[in-house]
Design a protein around this ligand. Structure first.
Ligand code: ASP
Length: 325
């Protein structure tokens, strides 16, 4: 079977001076996952390896360097799925785990699907995953932004114009509503950085996962799509693997990762399915975001209706990952 791996570093508006770092981070993550696949490893291991690299890179909103809640804490969510066994592992609102995706992987091996908060941390301790000081996850840059008023982003200004990402160009979400009264929106360039990965291995196994600090200034305890199977990630052998990023409530309402996979099942190409799912997000809920997708043959789909989405992919025959914004 053809090997394939794609990662994303979040959809949103990325400031031009952060393009290089975002692309480099995605490339490094893709390489880490690719090494696993090339060594004959499982798609699930490749996804985890790629996401760990992104969690450890403080320029992304996952693991170290995640955005902070309204009360100034990093509360992390992550999930992943094995498309062969349909096993799922996820954690939400953890504050003392350096690599939430590794903890999610441990949950996947257990009889549980999703563990949250303190219970998830106790599970980590019981399964040999060292707990860290919550302060270790907070970078000076994130703390400074929080002090400067990273506020809940219930709603944001109309989406910016969309530059092309190959065929993944989808029209902007038609003017995001300000339906729920809330504080001033956060700066647009802070609205990105969730990470995710999808892989197909040599045995045709598909896996997908995602990891995030969520939305800057979120209510403590708020959980978005990222650790919710079928919403922020989904994988099923013979169908597709999907990882999403964007306004999590809307992805959750639409079960968007699962929908995108079903579009592949209905006969759409990987790219057409990715684009159709994001189009639906914009049209149905004025939602903003993007997703990456691999079909069972390892063909890549990548779509967004935001100003940017950092991504990288590598498939058989490529000497190095291709990265883009
Ligand atoms: N989907 C994430 C959440 O809502 C945020 C993001 O992808 O930027 O928590």
């Amino acid at each position: 079977m053809a090997l394939a791996l794609v990662v994303h570093g979040g959809a949103g508006a990325i400031a031009a001076e952060r393009f290089d770092a975002a692309r480099a981070g995605c490339r490094a993550a893709a390489l880490a996952g690719w090494r696993v696949l090339r060594a004959g490893g499982a798609a699930l291991d490749a996804v985890q390896a790629a996401i760990v690299v992104l969690e450890d890179d403080p320029s992304f909103n996952a693991g170290t360097g995640a955005v902070l809640t309204a009360d100034g804490r990093a509360q992390l969510d992550a999930g992943l799925m094995d498309g062969r066994t349909l096993e799922v592992g996820a954690v939400a609102a953890v504050e003392r785990v350096k690599n939430p995706v590794a903890l999610a992987r441990q949950v996947l091996r257990s009889r549980h699907v999703l563990l949250v908060g303190e219970g998830a941390e106790r599970f980590a301790g019981a399964h040999g995953i060292a707990l860290c000081d919550p302060a270790d996850l907070v970078t000076p840059a994130r703390r400074a932004r929080w002090r400067g008023g990273d506020l809940a982003d219930e709603d944001v200004v109309a989406a910016p114009a969309v530059p092309a990402v190959g065929d993944g160009r989808v029209g902007p979400a038609p003017g995001r509503r300000r339906s729920r009264p809330g504080p001033t929106p956060i700066r647009d360039e802070d609205r990105h950085g969730t990470v995710g990965a999808v892989a197909v291995d040599g045995e045709g196994r598909t896996a997908a996962g995602a990891s995030t600090g969520g939305i800057a200034g979120k209510h403590p305890g708020r959980v978005g799509d990222t650790p919710l199977v079928g919403c922020g990630f989904y994988a099923e052998d013979g169908l597709a693997g999907v990882s999403c990023t964007g306004h999590g409530e809307d992805f959750t309402r639409l079960l968007l990762a699962r929908r995108a996979a079903e579009l592949v099942g209905a006969g759409l190409s990987a790219q057409a399915a990715a684009s159709a799912a994001i189009r639906l997000l914009g049209e149905r809920l004025h939602g903003e975001g993007g997703l990456i997708l691999l079909d069972a043959a390892g063909r890549v789909g990548c779509a967004r209706n935001t100003g940017a989405m950092a991504y990288a992919y590598i498939v058989d025959g490529m000497g190095a990952p291709a990265a883009g914004i």
